[in-house]
Design a protein around this ligand. Structure first.
Ligand code: DC
Length: 261
C-alpha cells in the first residue's frame, strides 16, 4: 500500500511583507550539497509567505529508515517496498529546532527525526538510494502532490528538471567546493560532531559525484534555470536576489496574461 505522505505547515508570517499581492509561483531551487539551498529556500519562502519543502529531507528520512532496518542500499526491491510503506511529514521548525539550525521538522512514521537525518552517514545513504528510479518515483509523486497548488519553494536536485519542469522560476544554486565543504563543516562543528574539514570536503565531493553522475534524474542545471553562484554571498543576500527574480517573473506573467504589471 502506498503510505508515503508529506505534509508541511505554511510559514505564516513573512518577515519582509513586500510581495503580498504576488500571485503564487512555483519556485524550484536545485544545487549541490552545501550550496545553501535549505537556508536560502526557507528564507525565500518566509519572505513570500510560501510553503517551503526540502525534498532532500525525504530522501534522508528514507535513508535513515533503511539504515535502521539494515536494508542494503543497493537492494532495490526492498527499498522500493520501504518507500511505499513510509510516512514522512515535514513541518515548520519549532523554536527549539530553529535554535540548532533546523530549517524544518522531519517526522518519520510519526517520530521526530529532525536531528538524526543530519549525519554524514544518513546523507550518504540518501544519496545512494536516490539512484534508484522506482524509489524516486514514489518520492517525486508525493512532492508533486505537495506542491500542486503553487505558492511553494521546493529545493533539491531534480525539482526544476523532473518534479516541476514547468516551474515559473528555476534557480540553480552553486558555490565553490571549498566554500560548500566549509559551510557543511561549520554545521557539524555547531552540533559538536568530530569530523575534520578535509573529511567533510571528501564526503561532499563524493556525494556530488554520485548525485551528478547517476543515470536517473541527475543533478543538472535545467536549461531555463538562473545560475546563482553564492560563493561570495550570504544567505540573506542570496534570498533577496531570488525574491527580486520572483517579482520580475510575476510581472512578466501578469503582463503576458494582460493584467497590469
Ligand atoms: O539536499 P540534501 O543534501 O539533504 O539531500 C540528500 C541526498 O538526497 C542528496 O545527496 C541526493 C538526494 N536528493 C535527490 O536525489 N533528489 C532531491 N530532489 C533531493 C535530494
Amino acid at each position: 500500500m502506498h503510505d508515503l505522505r508529506v505534509t508541511q505547515s505554511r510559514i505564516t508570517q513573512p518577515r519582509v511583507a513586500v510581495l503580498l499581492r504576488m500571485s503564487k509561483l512555483t519556485i524550484a531551487i536545485d544545487g549541490p550539497a552545501g550550496s545553501g539551498k535549505s537556508s536560502v529556500a526557507r528564507r525565500v519562502a518566509a519572505m513570500l509567505g510560501y510553503l517551503y519543502l526540502d525534498s532532500g529531507a525525504m530522501y534522508r528520512a528514507l535513508g535513515l529508515k533503511a539504515l535502521r532496518q539494515g536494508i542494503p542500499l543497493d537492494d532495490e526491491a526492498r527499498l522500493v517496498a520501504l518507500a511505499n510503506q513510509t510516512h514522512i511529514e515535514l513541518r515548520a521548525p519549532t523554536a527549539e529546532h530553529e535554535a540548532v539550525g533546523a530549517k524544518n521538522c522531519v517526522f518519520l512514521d510519526g517520530a521526530d527525526v529532525t536531528r538524526e537525518i543530519r549525519t554524514s552517514e544518513v546523507a550518504q545513504a540518501a544519496s545512494r538510494l536516490a539512484t534508484i528510479a522506482k524509489v524516486r518515483q514514489v518520492l517525486v509523486a508525493e512532492q508533486q502532490r505537495a506542491g500542486a497548488g503553487g505558492g511553494i519553494v521546493m529545493e533539491g536536485r531534480d525539482i526544476g528538471t523532473v518534479v516541476f519542469p514547468k516551474a515559473e522560476l528555476k534557480i540553480f544554486l552553486d558555490a565553490s567546493p571549498e566554500v560548500r565543504a566549509e559551510r557543511r563543516w561549520k554545521e557539524h562543528q555547531e552540533k559538536g560532531d568530530r569530523i575534520t574539514l578535509p573529511e567533510v570536503f571528501d564526503e561532499v565531493i563524493e556525494r556530488d559525484r554520485r548525485d551528478r553522475e547517476r543515470k536517473v534524474s541527475p543533478l543538472v542545471r535545467a536549461a531555463d534555470a538562473v545560475l546563482v553562484d553564492n560563493t561570495a554571498m550570504g544567505i540573506e543576500e542570496t534570498a533577496r536576489l531570488i525574491v527580486m527574480l520572483a517579482q520580475e517573473r510575476e510581472k512578466e506573467l501578469a503582463g503576458a496574461a494582460g493584467g497590469k504589471p
